[in-house]
Design a protein around this ligand. Sequence first.
Ligand SMILES: Cc1ncc(COP(=O)(O)O)c(C=O)c1O
Length: 409
Amino acid sequence: MTDPLLRPLPADLRPETLALDAGLTINPATRTIQPDIAMSVNNLVTPGEGAFSAAGLGDIADEPYTYARWLNPTVRALETRLAALEGAEDALAAATGVAAIAGLFLTFLKAGDHLIISDVTYAGAAELARSILTDLGIEVTPVNLSRPEALRAALRPNTRLVHCETPCNPILRLTDLAEIATIAHAQGALVSVDSTLATPASTRPLSLGVDLVVHSLTKFINGHGDALGGAVAGRKELVARMRGRAGVYLGAAMSASNAWLILRGIDTFYPRMKQINDSAGRIARFLETHPAVERVIWPGLPSHPQYELARRQMDLPGGVIAFRTADPQAMARQLAHRLRVAHYAFSLGHQRSIVTLLDTEEMIEGTYRLSGEALEDYRRFAGDGLFRLSVGLEAAEDLIADLDQALTT
Ligand SMILES: Cc1ncc(COP(=O)(O)O)c(C=O)c1O
């Protein structure tokens, strides 16, 4: 859709500039240069224009902002900016990352279809696929997608979608997106990737052949821990299908106020990611030398088992570090008690550093249900439990000193 209020931009702007200017509209009445929040749920329509049933809604180019669950100007500004950052034709925003993932699954899969999903993904995606999609008659096969031969073996004539995550949460194992896309496309399946941990500052999955990129905007893209959001970006035709189905009927539309907060978060996205990645490198190298730490997993360390792939596929290694210690449960209690700068809490990608333990037994029993080789693969990264450290914007020296005193026994 070309919004008449959209400020025209020169071609070939760099991502750092697009993060500020893509999707920016100028209100002709006020001529303000910060985005407005359009809180209105509905806008005036001309009789005969638009459609009452969502089934009658067509291309958003032809539809005015009739009703905010379909399209809202502030949410649209965010979608335009996200599409620019991913190099996508279009994007659809949703209330949460999980809503974006659920919308993706419920748009492109139906009973009798087959989904291949990375056997380690964000827990919500894994549990949604295993418990809800299978109830709906969708066949689901979890596969370690860092092994292309495993994908080849799992593909079936009815495989419609291959969903991966790289680096995957929480073990930070990587997937070679170009290779996975080539294999899946040869079988006629779409490929989606949850790129929340990588972010567009690191990886541009669409340029590697992936069809749809998913984000939890709640994490690094908003970056301030104060708004939930999700998005899917890709070809116009695929995004339009999602908007017409899950976008409207799942009812998980993003609120205008959250879209505004996330737009403001994106203004500083690139400088934040640069500092976070610089600090993450210093902290990862420090943790490797700490006597209480048995293993550090970070895609920027030569000790990461897929370091070569990280260098090829990722411009930045990311702001999440995983590490292991002896007796992880006791260490979790110690960290929660002693940390003074970082916080012991769930989530990731905020301005404040966050640490949490992901206990292997709990993840395997509750979320992944892995066995055999898949379980061995998981344990090779996670051992009995993995601490996930999401690096924030504090001074790296302060974080290192804090972690040092909190980890020392
Ligand atoms: C990789 C990844 N994808 C998706 C989600 C879900 O996002 P949300 O909490 O915004 O629904 C998360 C949340 O932790 C995540 O880490």
